[in-house]
Design a binder for this molecule. Structure first.
Ligand code: ADP
Ligand code: MG
Length: 686
């Protein structure tokens, strides 16, 4: 549930409009309010005699004010019932509150009693209500306390939510048979219960989200998600894609395979077969190829592109950064140009004339393959006959970007989509979020690779380490030195990277040292990276701009400074830059002291394994799925109520029931999904 982080407002700074503040905590339409569930509850259904108050347990009391003292800054009062007295203290207060607490008034207070300085119990800033001496006007339900944003009060939210509960159509869409089989309450009852639990409701069950009402909402959520995923699969099955089957003549894929400087690994061959089979179907492929960094995903992309081309279609490969796009362009050109394939290259930083020429090549079909960055999905780009869209490092793109490349279709056909990713996704996550992707895994690294050895050292060893790197580099090998993001402050980061750069330069006078960072203009960045690739630079100092996927087989060492500040997945990605050739490779993680227990454990995960899946699993353990896999990647709204770790059983059930529901009564099932995700992300098209 989104809870906005509180930032103190500067004096005189105006609050943004209410509508905006509400949207920030996810409240836009009525349905959002209905699903805005309490954080906790307060029990105002009973009155506790003052003598029975327990320090630390919130309670409601009723009594008469017998003393009130007002100073400019604070107010103290004493309230008495026929069992004892309670002190009340307000540190800042409004005149209306002083009025409420005047001597002789009968009040109802809700708050948490604490032992005061003089042994009597005290409530600081209790909620104060005028009272009349009768108890039959007590509420019969617990009072909800909602997650709220700046300047949004509980009474306002309560009223607004109560109204939404009346206004929204809460017709139960879930088939009666499912509901009774699982012994779940109707939707309206479940919501009513969660917003206003009756007196005596077990708070523990509400807290652990294990009561039937909570189960009901979790199931509804999981069902909506599964139905959405299934449905988009069904839609995809209905749309038509070009059949890209191995042609009888004019084949180029075999030539490509023959021309490669290596043999495909078993895993690559298997994955290529899976991809090839998909391409031969008249429905658009939606396949994700997962493979650890360095597992050789690029060649799969090249093979698929060749298949499209030999069938008379165009292919496009989109990468998230200029450097990566350029690298693909060069690498793939090396493989494909000898086969007579013409390749266009498109990025945001080209000369207008060059760009125009590339666009023409793509539009006329003269270029059979287009390689580029996001520039490929801009309006000006129109393909002659696109049959296959390939997206590298797909987790770096949003859903809409993925879709944009695919919609560049030819003659009413939907192009096939192939996605590549080095971010391994654990099984439960894949099942729940990626049910609409087919997944192929390259689970084998090319032979002859030396596994990377990883060392952990305190940063105090930096000078000695620089000496060591100097020796490694003097053997003709290359090295990366990665400087971290210190805080969200580019300038500071840069200063640190520049200092390291100077320090290394003066310590190793005979070594060419380069520096690359995010502030550098793209062209200079590219120039430095190219020089490093070409071996003209031996030691590259970089902030985290070292792009994912950059391939420099001669780089055998990587130092990561303040490794404790990086995420596990990020460390794994970075380390994947080395160990790409046949050189024995080293990764050195420098940590700042003191290092927390958790920090140590995290670095040990990286030291002890090079298996991306294992690291992802650990990462997931440490961080939870929400952060691990943003809604951006899945295209499906994140779960708000159900949790993949705790509700595995419900998830299995939802998968089965969702399928059944969609089959038996698709209209209602889709209505359910649509209602549930009302107004969120453009997931239905994804
Ligand atoms: P990634 O999966 O990280 O994108 P790449 O496709 O960039 O990996 O491949 C990494 C390196 O391994 C490249 O230099 C590539 O040429 C090489 N490579 C790929 N497949 C093989 C193979 N079967 N045998 C040997 N080297 C390979
Ligand atoms: Mg790659």
């Amino acid at each position: 549930m989104p809870i906005s982080t509180f930032r103190p407002r500067k004096k005189g700074e105006k609050l943004p409009p209410l509508k905006e503040r509400l949207a920030r905590i996810g409240l836009v339409n009525d349905w959002d309010y209905v699903l805005h569930l309490p954080l906790r509850y307060e029990d105002e259904t009973a009155i506790t005699p003052i003598a029975d108050l327990v320090s630390g347990s919130p309670a409601q009391i009723e009594g008469v004010v017998i003393d009130e003292r007002v100073s400019p800054r604070s107010l103290t009062a004493v309230v008495e019932d026929n069992t004892g007295v309670l002190q009340v203290r307000l540190i800042h207060f409004f005149p209306s509150q002083a009025q409420q607490l005047r001597v002789g008034a009968r009040v109802r207070l809700y708050g948490e009693p604490r032992s005061g300085w003089n042994q009597t119990l005290e409530m600081v800033h209790p909620r104060i209500k005028r009272a009349v001496e009768r108890t039959d006007d007590l509420p019969t339900t617990l009072t909800p306390v909602y997650p709220a944003g700046e300047g949004i009060t509980q009474p306002w939210l309560r009223k607004r939510i109560a109204r939404a509960l009346l206004d929204v159509d809460l017709t139960d869409l879930l088939p009666e048979s499912i509901r009774t089989k699982l012994r779940l309450p109707p939707l309206r009852d479940a919501l009513q219960y969660l917003h206003h639990p009756p007196r005596g409701a077990t708070l523990a069950d509400l807290d652990t989200h294990s009561c039937p009402a909570w189960q009901r909402l979790k199931l509804d959520e999981l069902l909506a998600q599964q139905i959405t995923l299934r449905h988009s699969r069904v839609l995809r099955g209905k749309s038509v894609a070009p059949v890209l089957a191995e042609p009888k003549s004019g084949r180029i894929t075999p030539d490509l395979i023959r021309g490669l400087p290596f043999r495909l690994t078993g895993a690559q061959a298997r994955v290529w077969k899976e991809v090839g089979a998909d391409l031969a179907l008249p429905h658009p492929m939606n396949r994700l190829v997962q493979g650890d960094v360095g597992s050789g995903k690029t060649v799969i992309a090249a093979l698929a592109a060749c298949r499209a081309i030999e069938c008379g279609y165009q292919a496009a490969i989109m990468a998230p950064t200029e450097i990566l796009a350029e690298q693909h362009f060069r690498g793939i050109s090396q493989w494909l140009e000898p086969l007579g394939i013409r390749i266009a290259f498109l990025t945001g930083h080209q000369k207008a004339s060059e760009r125009r020429a590339m666009l023409e090549d793509i539009a006329s079909g003269r270029a059979q393959l287009a390689v580029g960055t996001h520039a490929l999905i801009q309006d000006a780009v129109s393909f002659h006959k696109l049959g296959l869209a390939i997206i590298d490092e797909q987790h770096r793109f949003g859903v809409s970007q993925r879709l944009a490349l695919r919609t560049a279709a030819a003659d009413g056909l939907t192009p096939h989509l192939l996605m590549l990713s080095a971010t391994p996704i654990p099984r439960t996550l894949a099942m729940s979020y990626l049910a609409d992707f087919d997944v192929s895994v390259i689970d084998e690294l090319p032979p002859g690779r030396q596994p990377v050895s990883t060392r952990i050292m305190p940063i105090s060893r930096k000078p000695a380490l620089i000496e060591g790197i100097g020796r490694e580099v003097s053997r003709g090998h290359q090295a990366y030195w990665v400087c971290p993001l210190i805080e969200e402050n580019e300038e500071l980061d840069l200063t640190a990277a520049k200092e390291t750069f100077e320090e290394i330069k003066s310590a190793l006078p005979g070594v060419t040292v380069g520096l690359v960072h995010g502030e550098l203009p793209q062209q200079e960045k590219d120039a430095v990276m190219q020089a490093f690739k070409a071996g003209e630079i031996s030691l590259l100092v970089a902030t985290t701009v070292i792009e994912v996927g950059v391939d420099v087989p001669n780089a055998s060492t990587m130092v990561i400074e303040h490794a404790e500040r990086f995420g596990l997945a990020q460390l794994h990605q970075l380390r994947g830059r080395i160990g790409r050739g046949s050189l024995k490779s080293w990764c050195i993680l420098l940590y700042g002291e003191p290092l927390s227990e958790n920090g140590k454990a995290r670095l040990q995960v990286i030291r002890n394994t090079t298996d991306g899946f294992e690291i992802a699993r650990k990462d997931l353990e440490l961080r939870g799925p929400g952060e691990f896999l943003g809604a951006r990647q899945s295209g499906v709204p994140m779960l708000r109520f159900a949790s993949l770790e705790e509700d595995g059983e419900l998830l299995d059930m939802a998968r089965e029931l969702g399928d059944e529901w969609l089959k038996n009564d698709p209209d209602t099932a889709l209505r359910h999904a649509k209602r549930w995700f009302a107004g969120r992300e453009g997931f239905l098209e994804a």
